[in-house]
Design a protein around this ligand. Sequence first.
Ligand code: MF3
Ligand code: CO
Ligand code: CO
Length: 266
Amino acid sequence: MHGKKKSGNTKATMAHIKVKTQKEIELIRSAGALAAETLIRAGEMCKPGVSTLEIDEFIGNFTKKNGGISACMGYHGYPRYACISLNEVICHGIPDAQTILKDGDILNIDITTILSGYHGDTSAMFLVGNVKPEVKELVATAKLCMEEGIKAAGLPGARFSDIGNAIQPIADEHGFSVVEDYCGHGIGRGFHEEPTVLHFANNEHTPLIEVGNVFTIEPMINMGKPGTRTLKDGWTAVSCDGSLSAQWEHTMVRTKSGIDILTLPR
Ligand code: MF3
Ligand code: CO
Ligand code: CO
């Protein structure tokens, strides 16, 4: 999931990567635009004293008002409209009334919206009040990792393995680590489709990225060790060493000339 949980044999499944039609791509773009517009507004709510539940309620309401469905709600039993992951939470943080934003927090808001049967999946980091310089560096580095992964995916002859191979050295340079337990994914009618997109250096002979493949890149970068642990709620993934974690995500399509990001506001 989401960071779709890494599954066993990535090679065997690689034959099933769908090529989307232009019509499908435009439907994913519409879903992605609504997700992106919702994300911007949710981000504006990130002030000290606000609970993650209030932000989640906004996300659910805004999505519905605009004709969309929040894909996370009920997905494998997930209980809220979006994932909101604070500080040492890597991903799949469950919004609740007790989690109140405070000065110095960093958080990821991850929104997946369904419109006309197609999914758009995007996330971003938000800073609450005054955040320490080294923490800002983590957030900026995670964004750079996503951007360089996207660039690598857009090069002529790019393979899925090129994404992680572009991301890893950036995290390494800063002394940060790349989470390996959660990955990007194909997306379309399904929330999580083939392939699994690895964000760390790998030699798997993953296939060429074909024109019309639609997928996410969503690296999770930890300040300390890359290991993860799931809390008793069965969802919240935290860094094993309690270190801070940052993530950014876009949904995109491979085109003849590069990458077209599908989760941008209109
Ligand atoms: N949006 C996440 C992703 O990027 C998936 C969250 S699944 C949920 O793939 F059930 F936790 F919401
Ligand atoms: Co995703
Ligand atoms: Co997501």
